[in-house]
Write a protein that binds this ligand. Structure first.
Ligand code: CU1
Length: 546
């Protein structure tokens, strides 16, 4: 196995990371503007609209930062664990990158021109300029090309090593790529067959229920697409950083397979209050949603087993003695660990959102925003930062200095404090009924609005602290990319514990898992989707192709 990512593959990965961090800078600024507006004491200059800024923030951070970072990380991870890319795959990786970047630029220009102020979920009947939808299509297609390169390298490795399980990190990246490709079929469907023709004026109506259903077929697995790379770091990289071992290769693979199976056929839990979907289908999908508890608990168990095994090997005694033995001074561990800790309240909130009854309380309130600022904007993003602290210098041939390491830990603490305040306030005022996505100017006359003000101010305080955190991470990123001293930074890959069972090959049998996946999707969606088409409201032509 290579211990260093090939220079040429490294450049491909780095290109993705540069775009991701530029998106973080601009999207973070947009986030700051939003909380300031919501505090009620700030107005946007130059006729910039609140919802426009909201769109910039959501698209840049939710879609651009994540997709580019993840593809860059996965390219590097596959090259590191399965060997240097063949030139065809690397070329495909670059084509994918440029297609995605072109699409991003198209969408960004339209958002900046205020021609695509449709939020990052771009639900109909909000309508954007067709160039925005075409740009999104480019982003998705580009990601398929990049993902195709990853799959090609994986297939090549399997052919070269018959009968052997693939490297764990490669396997995980491939699961995430498959999840992404299957999930994006939904968003590609609504964009290509509904939103794009509609924005071009080729059709006069869009069936909103169908477009939302296709969106959420994609939207829920989207969050797992964000989460799984963080899990890759927790399962495979953190054990090596702390000097321990991966608890079980098989358990890690099985949990990733379960995440793939249970993240896609569940989009209805975002549509629980929507008419036009029979309650029994919503019930089935909610049950499938809750299945995700199984791999989640497997993951938590596995990670803490690694921590405990390591601590005990260092002589820790008692129930929690191992906790003190962990390398708290190492940003590569501590930053993702804070992310992991945030996942405990984040997961609990997710159970509330997905529960039909409790969802009624929080639906479309700013609680939901608070929720995904714990999941995506804390657990995932802090883990991504933790990855960047070794990945960027590894790829640029530099090192993470003691000083930057310390600053990275400060950054994570600033982030945790800012997010606790902002997300905490969002959760709390959401329970009081404050709507998500709205600004004070739109609900200021509501009788409850006055009660919400202190929470909006708290959001602004937390958001401002978070913006400070963004300045810190950008400073560290630029240092690691361009200024840190030259040297060798390790790309850590954990080894499996000696006591772990041998990995059974059934875990790598794609025929089985893809069949189960297809069956689950068909069971969960065929009948309700057919219902939507047959019972499309008069005047709506439903899904144009049908
Ligand atoms: Cu969801």
């Amino acid at each position: 196995m290579m211990t260093k990512v090939d220079r040429r593959d490294g450049r491909l990965a780095l290109a993705h990371l540069y775009v991701a961090f530029i998106a973080l800078a601009l999207g973070g600024l947009a986030g700051l503007l939003q909380v300031l507006v919501r505090s009620g004491s700030f107005t946007l200059p130059a006729n910039i609209g609140y919802y426009q800024v909201l769109t910039v923030h959501g698209v840049l951070l939710g879609l651009v930062l994540t997709t580019f970072f993840i593809l860059g990380f996965q390219h590097a991870a596959i090259s590191r664990t399965s060997g240097t890319y063949r030139s065809g795959s690397r070329k495909a990786g670059w084509i994918g990158f440029w297609v995605m970047l072109t699409g991003t630029a198209m969408a960004a220009v339209m958002i900046l021109l205020n021609e695509a102020t449709v939020l990052y979920t771009f639900y109909a009947p909000l309508q954007a300029h067709w160039i925005f939808y075409l740009g999104l299509t480019f982003v998705v297609v580009g990601s398929w090309i990049g993902g195709g390169a990853m799959i090609a390298e994986y297939i090549h490795w399997r052919k070269q090593h018959p009968g052997q399980p693939s490297p764990l990190l490669t396997f995980m990246a491939i699961i995430n790529t498959v999840l992404w490709i299957v999930a994006t079929l939904g968003v590609a469907g609504t964009v290509l067959f509904q939103l794009l023709p509609w924005s071009l004026g080729l059709v006069s109506e869009v069936d909103v229920l169908i477009s939302r259903t296709l969106f959420w077929y994609f939207g829920h697995p989207l969050v797992y697409f964000w989460l799984l790379p963080a899990y890759m770091a927790w399962y495979v990289i953190i054990p090596k950083i702390i000097g321990g071992k991966i608890f079980s290769d098989s358990l890690a693979r099985l949990s990733f397979i379960l995440f793939l199976l249970f993240s896609i056929p569940v989009g209805f839990h975002h549509q629980l209050v929507e008419p036009g979907i029979d309650a029994s289908w919503k019930f089935l999908q909610v049950v499938l949603t809750f299945m995700v508890v199984i791999p989640s608990l497997m993951t938590a168990f596995s990670l803490f087993a690694t921590f405990e095994m390591y601590g005990r090997s260092k002589g820790a005694t008692g129930l929690f003695g191992w906790f003190k033995k962990l390398p708290w001074g190492d940003a590569r561990f501590t930053v993702p660990f804070i992310g992991m800790a945030a996942f405990i309240p984040a997961g609990a909130g997710g159970l509330i959102n997905a529960s039909n009854q409790m969802n009624q309380v929080v639906h479309n309130t700013i609680w939901v925003t608070g929720h995904f600022h714990l999941t995506l904007a804390t657990s995932v993003v802090l883990t991504f930062f933790g990855i960047a602290y070794w990945l960027v210098p590894h790829l640029t041939g530099r090192v993470l200095t003691k000083k930057m390491n310390k600053l990275a830990i400060v950054q994570a603490v600033v982030w945790a404090v800012g997010m606790s305040i902002m997300s905490g306030a969002m959760h709390a005022v959401g329970l009081l009924g404050a709507p998500r996505r709205s600004s004070f100017s739109t609900y200021g006359d509501a009788p409850q609005a006055l009660d919400w003000i202190p929470y909006q101010v708290a959001q602004a305080v937390g958001g401002t602290i978070l913006f400070l955190g963004i300045i810190l991470i950008l400073y560290i990123f630029v240092n690691l990319a361009f200024f840190a001293p030259k040297g060798e930074e390790e790309f850590p890959i954990g080894e499996t514990a000696d006591e772990a069972e041998k990995t059974p090959m059934v875990l790598e049998n794609w025929e089985i898992w893809l069949t189960v996946l297809a069956a689950l999707i068909l069971i969960a969606y065929t009948v309700p989707f057919a219902d939507m088409i047959q019972n499309a409201p008069p005047g709506s032509k439903g899904f144009k192709l049908w």
